[in-house]
Design a protein around this ligand. Structure first.
Ligand code: ADP
Ligand code: MG
Length: 349
């Protein structure tokens, strides 16, 4: 389409509008999994099972045992800007759910063959199936068997957007991305049981953790025994902020910053302010070019952090960035200072 061409203004048909929105949130199979699993978590699921075929390009299925979606809400679940999670701007300001934009299912269903089964067990034990088809994304709801909870199946991702389909990498590369997303999600909620299967074979099987030991077992499974052996457990609280988790000893560093997980109120984020505070805390104890490892959880009043910065919600904005920065720096600095003398001479790797 040439820019010089004179055209009338038109409202985009729903599918096209959704496909454009999908460009922001659906990059590859792992992003579909992130969105579907976040919905399962928001639905209060205690068990989440993920299945993939061909790195997710052929099939992605996420099944949960959460509260489900009622019959009358089903067509809405697949429409854009439809959400059960917020009703007003003030809800958004203190939002605690992972989702709130109401666009993931609409976006995913516009670039795949999506089928959703759900059962709420509210008044009947009838479950329903919904799919969205055609240009206008009319959805159809029919009775179907399903236990309490929701399953979403996404087949043939990007089948109708060839330019996007071309960006999918090999099965192995896509699976690696999925595993990384799985790791983050499983690290975000120790109380949930998880499984991941690829091409009918189990990749991960994680029971819910009911003790500290079980939690450490999960860390070891997802990040390796070495991580756990070389990390300090911390739990520090001050001025309405709480920082807990594991920080790697200065003697256990990596050439890449590939084992760094930072969660804000249960949401994994990348943030410059956080990265800076961590770097400062490790500054005197790390060799140049080496990267620390950590899994850290920051909890604070949801009202003082803005999560609506980017469609993928990987970024946040703190109302008082200075306070957060200084709290992170001083907590980590102190934790590391306590071990420093004994560890100083044994920098390895
Ligand atoms: P958002 O999560 O931002 O609300 P989505 O498009 O991801 O938007 O989902 C739309 C709505 O569908 C949600 O608000 C929720 O009510 C419902 N929903 C989606 N997935 C599930 C699920 N696994 N269990 C229960 N409800 C769900
Ligand atoms: Mg969502």
């Amino acid at each position: 389409v040439s820019v010089d061409q004179q055209r009338r203004i038109q409202v985009l048909p729903p599918r096209l509008a959704n496909q454009i929105a999908a460009g922001e949130v659906v990059e590859r199979p792992s992003s579909v999994i992130k969105e579907l699993v976040e919905n399962a978590i928001d639905a209060g699921a205690r068990r989440i099972d993920i299945e993939l075929e061909a790195g997710g390009a052929r099939l992605i299925r996420v099944r949960d045992n959460g509260r489900g979606i009622g019959h009358d809400d089903l067509p809405l679940a697949l429409s854009r800007h439809a959400t059960s999670k917020i009703e007003s701007l003030s809800d958004l300001e203190g939002v605690q759910s992972l989702g709130f934009r109401g666009e993931a299912l609409a976006a995913i269903s516009s670039v795949s063959r999506l089928e959703l089964f759900s059962n709420t067990y509210d008044d009947t034990s009838q479950a329903w199936r919904v799919t969205a088809e055609g240009r206008d994304m009319q959805s159809s709801v029919t009775p179907a068997p399903h236990p309490r909870g929701t399953s979403v199946t996404v087949r043939d991702l990007f089948f109708n957007t060839p330019a996007r389909r071309k960006f999918l990498r090999t099965e192995k590369t896509e699976l690696n991305h999925v595993e990384e997303v799985f790791r983050r999600l499983a690290l975000s909620r120790f109380d949930i049981g998880w499984s991941l299967r690829h091409n009918q074979k189990p990749v991960h099987q994680l029971g819910p953790c009911d003790s500290e030991l079980a939690g450490e077992q999960r860390i070891a499974t997802l990040l390796g025994r070495e991580f756990l052996k070389n990390a300090l457990h911390i739990d520090i609280e001050a001025t309405g902020l709480r920082l807990s988790g594991w920080v790697g000893l200065p003697t256990h560093t990596r050439a890449q910053a590939d084992q760094q997980y930072f969660f804000v109120n249960g949401r994994v984020i990348r943030d410059r302010l956080v990265a800076h505070a961590v770097r400062q805390a490790y500054r005197d104890v790390l060799f140049h070019g080496r990267h620390p490892v950590f899994v850290l959880y920051l909890e604070l009043d949801p009202a003082v952090v803005d999560v609506n910065v980017h469609p993928t919600k990987h970024e946040v904005r703190f109302r008082d960035g200075r306070l957060v920065h200084d709290f992170l720096f001083s907590s980590l600095h102190k934790a590391l200072a306590d071990v420093r003398p004994a560890e100083r001479d044994s920098q390895d790797q």
